[in-house]
Design a protein around this ligand. Structure first.
Ligand code: FEO
Length: 164
């Protein structure tokens, strides 16, 4: 694999582990606030992000590249409100999408066809990732992010099922 593309995949793997770390911090915060449904939803999202990171880890190995694990920055420990928390989640997913698109662009420029095929899954996945965060924000906007409205959104998020 071209060194420039290797570097891109290593950084993307770090970004996926960073996402996992942020969602786990969010899950811990929500649980500490009695928002058990949100905590459940965010913990499942943490697992999803670990899967994303491991997908890249395995792809690098399959391509004969040693995965390089880099230091994680610590995420925030608290948020002003559930709405602010999900706004950050959406902004983070948008950043991840942009990074995936740039990596895809690099794979196109370097004519790395297997990297392009591999990244298709991530391009599609990001549409879902952004949409899920946007949906929660929309529910909080409609129901309110305090009192009964928040309780109802929290209950709905507690129903999320693991993907496998
Ligand atoms: Fe792996 Fe939520 O992006």
């Amino acid at each position: 694999m071209h060194p420039g593309l290797q570097e891109g995949f290593q950084k993307q793997m770090l970004l996926e582990f960073t996402s996992a770390y942020i969602y786990l911090a969010m899950a811990g915060y929500c649980a500490s606030q009695g928002l058990q449904g949100m905590a459940h939803w965010l913990r499942l999202q943490w697992r999803e992000e670990l899967k994303h990171a491991l997908k890249i880890f395995d792809f690098l190995l399959e391509r004969g590249v040693a995965p390089r694990l880099m230091a994680l920055e610590h995420p925030p420990a608290e948020w002003e409100s559930p709405r602010k928390l999900f706004e950050q989640a959406l902004a983070h997913e948008q950043k991840v999408s942009k990074s995936i698109h740039e990596l895809y662009q690099k794979a196109v420029e370097l004519q790395d066809y297997s990297a392009q095929v591999f990244l298709h899954w991530f391009v599609e996945e990001q549409v879902e990732e952004e949409s899920q965060a946007r949906q929660v924000l929309e529910e909080l906007r409609l129901a309110g992010d305090a009192g009964l409205g928040l309780y109802l959104v929290d209950r709905r998020l507690g129903e999320r099922q693991p993907e496998d």
